[in-house]
Each structure stands twice: as structure tokens, then as C-alpha cells.
Design a protein around this ligand. Structure first.
Ligand code: ATP
Ligand code: MG
Length: 430
């Protein structure tokens, strides 16, 4: 689809020498093999001694610790898996949840070094009083409670040491491996490497907090008209590439959503979906990392969106394509949905003709929308993905980001309230 302007992405990953890549690859292989050798037998013993669920929980806990030690790129993967609570056993979901906002914090020494370096770069930070409380720790950074001279409560996001080099190597390695995997017949000709390359660049862009500050300001302005949606206020004079100071937001915890009274849950879910719909369909500026450590629902039903490092600009052409697609989806017009998908796919020589593909999509739409069905973005997305692979109809990578954002946000909300009859996502998003 040549008229589509590609999504504006951060610059390409920095170069990583072949030697470094090979070294990192070997280290990862050794650690994975080591983990399999140790964790397999431990799990078998737990399974016999404790039973299925506790053994799963202990295995997940050990895996989470190892993922953390592998570095931010792997924690990100764990977060993606963990945001699909519907696919995983409950004890595993509970353990993976730590990766959202409760990773192992920086050691005292790491903190001292990072904070001293930040003070050297930004002397204005010296007027902050740090309470010593860590508000949350993500894959990239730890966030600390602070206040300024006027007693204003702040949150200081301080980047973990050595993140840039490890992430660059790990993400490059992923791109290289995907390029190899793409050539396998099982890949069905899908342009996987382009997609992974896109994603990796956007992921790597997260380590630049100047970028995150700009994204946060843009999101705050875009979402300001939506009642009940909160984006933290950025303090630019106290921020740079590795430190980001924002207003402190109270009441952020993974458990807070469960405290929303049952009568208010549908409205809170609708507020969150409206925010995502606004980003995707109205503004074309989309937060792609809305896992439960970045999309909070507070006990009063308000929705907080933070950590805007991983945002993408969706060009108008793609935004209007998606809007049209979802309009037809809402009407249950699966034929038009299939036609739009086929006509916007890459010219890679689909294996099937247009009518066959369109018929399959129409069937999928009939089976997942309408008054008798509860539409689930993830279920629908999976069906589309399978149909595309079967027919060799591959969408340009640009479509992946907004759809991924929708799926992750939906997974997050379902994780908060597994039993909630969600507001119809298609209607809320339109
Ligand atoms: N302004 C704030 N007020 C209160 N708590 C905050 C604030 N900003 C961040 N936090 C807490 O710190 C946690 C980690 O922050 P953030 O998500 O920005 O880090 P990260 O390393 O970029 O995360 P990720 O792993 O998602 O990339 C958040 O999940 C939240 O619990
Ligand atoms: Mg986060």
C-alpha cells in the first residue's frame, strides 16, 4: 500500500559490533540452558511435593527473577506475556505482575551513582528532598518520592545504570534472529523482521527521557478533555535524558482497580477505553505500552496513564484506515472489513484470492461481533492474524502499533476485573 506514510519512529538502534552480539548471544544461551537445567528439576520436585498450582507459582517466581537478571528487553517481554491474564494460570499471572511495577529496585550503590551523575548534569535537582521511598520500579527505571522547596510532592524517575548498552545489544540480536526466522517456511512469508525492527526501535526510544517528557506533555494535552483521565505533569527544568521528574500521583497500585465499587467498574473501563480510542482514532498519537504498571485505575475510578516513552505517531492515512475499519466492524460488515484488509496488505503475492480471504474475515466478524457476542480485541486479533497467515495476506508493520496498543490495554482491563462484562470495546473505541 504505497500511499501509506510510515510511522515516525525514533532513530535506528546504535551499531553493535559483531563480536559483542556473538558474546551476548552466547551468554544468553548459556543462561537459558542453565535455567532449564536448574528450574526443570526444581519444578518436578515442587510438583510432587506441593501440587500443581504452588509448583507453577514457584516456577514463575524463579523465571521472573531470571528474566530480571537478563535485562530490560526481557522484562518487557515478560510484561507483554503477563498482560494476557486470560491465557495464563492465575498463579503465573500473579508472579508476572511483579514485572509491571515491582522489579528489584536499584541497589543503594547504583542509586547513589546515578543520582550523583544526575546532580552533576542538572544542579537544579539539588533542591529536591528525596524521602527515600521507592514508588515503583520498572524495567528501565526506578521512581522515587520527593518534594521541592514549596512542599510539592514529586516523583523522580531515575534510569537504571547500563540500560542503553544492554538493550541495544539485546534488541539488535532479536532483529538478527528474526531476520533468520523470517526465511523459514513456517513464517509463511510474514514480514516479521520489519515489524520487530520497528518495535525494537520504539522500545529503545524509551531510554531517552527527553523524548518521554515530550510524549507525556503531548498525551496530557490530548487527553485533557476526557473526564477521569490523568497524565502526570512533567517538570522539564528538572529532567534530562536519564532523569524525569513529574508530579506525584497518589493511589497507584495494581490492587486499586479491585477497590472500585462494582457499580463503577463499567464506567471506569469505558473511561480507559475512551482514552485509548482517542489516542488511536482521533489523535494518531498512541501509547503502546499500556500494561498494568502504566495504565492504572484508581480506587475512585479515575484512570492514570504514565510512562509514555513508548508512543508512536500514527500517520493520518493509517489512522483513517483504522477508523474506517472499526466503523465497519461496529456495523458487523465483515465483507468490507475483509476488503479493507486485503486492499491495504503488502504486495507480496497473497496465496489466496480476494474473495476467499474476504469470506473468511466476514465469517470471523460474524462470529465475534453482534448482539450475541462479547467482542474481545485479543480473540479477534488472533483470528485475523491466523487468517492473514493462512492466506499470505500481510499487513504493513505500521498497523501493528495501534492494534497492539488496543490489545494490551484490553488485556490490562480484563486482568483488573476478570468477571466484568466489559463495555463493548468496538463501540467504546469508535
Ligand atoms: N508520577 C508518579 N507518581 C506515583 N508513582 C509513579 C509515578 N510515576 C511512576 N510511578 C510508579 O513507578 C513505576 C515505574 O515507573 P515507570 O513505569 O515510568 O518505569 P519504567 O521503568 O519506564 O517502566 P516499564 O517497565 O513499564 O518501562 C510505575 O509503574 C508507578 O508505580
Ligand atoms: Mg512502566
Amino acid at each position: 500500500m504505497s500511499e501509506v506514510i510510515p510511522i515516525v519512529l525514533p532513530p535506528a538502534l546504535p551499531p553493535v559490533s559483531g563480536l559483542r552480539l556473538a558474546g551476548r548471544g552466547c551468554a544468553l544461551l548459556a543462561r537459558t540452558a542453565g535455567a532449564a537445567l536448574v528450574l526443570g528439576p526444581l519444578w518436578a520436585v515442587d510438583r510432587v511435593r506441593l501440587g500443581r498450582s504452588p509448583a507453577q507459582a514457584r516456577l514463575a517466581r524463579r523465571l521472573v527473577r531470571r528474566l530480571e537478571r537478563l535485562g530490560a528487553a526481557y522484562v518487557k517481554m515478560g510484561q507483554m506475556i503477563g498482560s494476557r491474564a486470560d491465557l495464563l494460570p492465575a498463579p503465573v499471572v500473579a508472579e508476572l505482575a511483579r514485572l509491571f511495577d515491582d522489579n528489584t529496585p536499584m541497589t543503594r550503590r547504583q542509586f547513589d551513582r546515578q543520582w550523583r551523575a544526575a546532580l552533576d548534569r542538572l544542579p537544579a535537582l539539588s533542591r529536591l528532598n528525596l524521602s527515600g521511598r521507592c514508588l515503583g520500579s520498572g524495567s528501565i527505571a526506578c521512581v522515587y518520592e520527593a518534594s521541592d522547596d514549596d512542599g510539592q510532592a514529586l516523583a523522580v524517575k531515575l534510569q537504571r545504570p547500563g540500560i542503553a548498552a544492554t538493550m541495544a545489544a539485546d534488541l539488535r540480536l532479536m532483529t538478527v534472529l528474526t531476520r533468520m526466522a523470517e526465511k523459514l517456511p513456517q513464517a509463511g512469508g510474514a514480514p516479521l523482521a520489519d515489524l520487530i525492527d520497528y518495535m525494537n526501535r520504539a522500545l529503545y526510544g524509551q531510554i531517552d527521557f527527553v523524548r518521554e517528557a515530550a510524549h507525556t506533555r503531548a498525551l496530557a494535552a490530548n487527553l485533557a478533555p476526557l473526564p477521569g483521565v490523568v497524565v502526570p505533569q512533567v517538570h522539564d527544568e528538572l529532567s534530562d535524558r536519564e532523569v524525569l521528574v513529574t508530579g506525584y500521583l497518589e493511589g497507584l497500585s495494581l490492587e486499586a482497580a479491585a477497590e472500585v465499587p462494582p457499580a463503577g467498574r463499567t464506567a471506569a473501563a469505558a473511561t480507559a477505553l475512551a482514552a485509548v480510542g482517542t489516542m488511536v482514532f482521533r489523535d494518531g498519537f498512541v501509547h503502546c505500552d499500556l500494561h498494568p504498571g502504566n495504565l492504572y485505575v484508581r480506587a475512585d475510578g479515575s484512570v492514570v496513564i504514565l510512562d509514555a516513552g513508548y508512543c508512536v505517531d500514527v500517520p493520518d492515512s493509517i489512522r483513517s484506515y483504522l477508523a474506517t475499519f472499526f466503523q465497519y466492524l461496529r456495523k458487523g460488515d465483515g465483507v468490507r472489513c475483509g476488503e479493507i484488509m486485503f486492499d491495504s496488505s503488502l504486495n507480496g503475492g497473497p496465496r489466496s484470492g480476494r474473495p476467499e480471504f474476504v469470506a473468511e474475515i466476514a465469517e470471523l466478524v460474524a462470529g465475534t461481533t453482534g448482539p450475541d457476542h462479547r467482542f474481545e480485541m485479543a480473540e479477534f486479533g488472533q483470528g485475523v492474524f491466523e487468517a492473514q497467515n493462512r492466506h499470505g495476506v500481510h499487513p504493513p508493520s505500521d498497523f501493528a502499533f495501534p492494534l497492539m496498543s488496543l490489545m494490551i490495554a484490553e488485556g490490562t482491563l480484563r486482568g483488573f476485573w476478570p468477571d466484568l462484562e466489559m463495555p463493548d470495546a468496538v463501540a467504546a473505541l469508535g
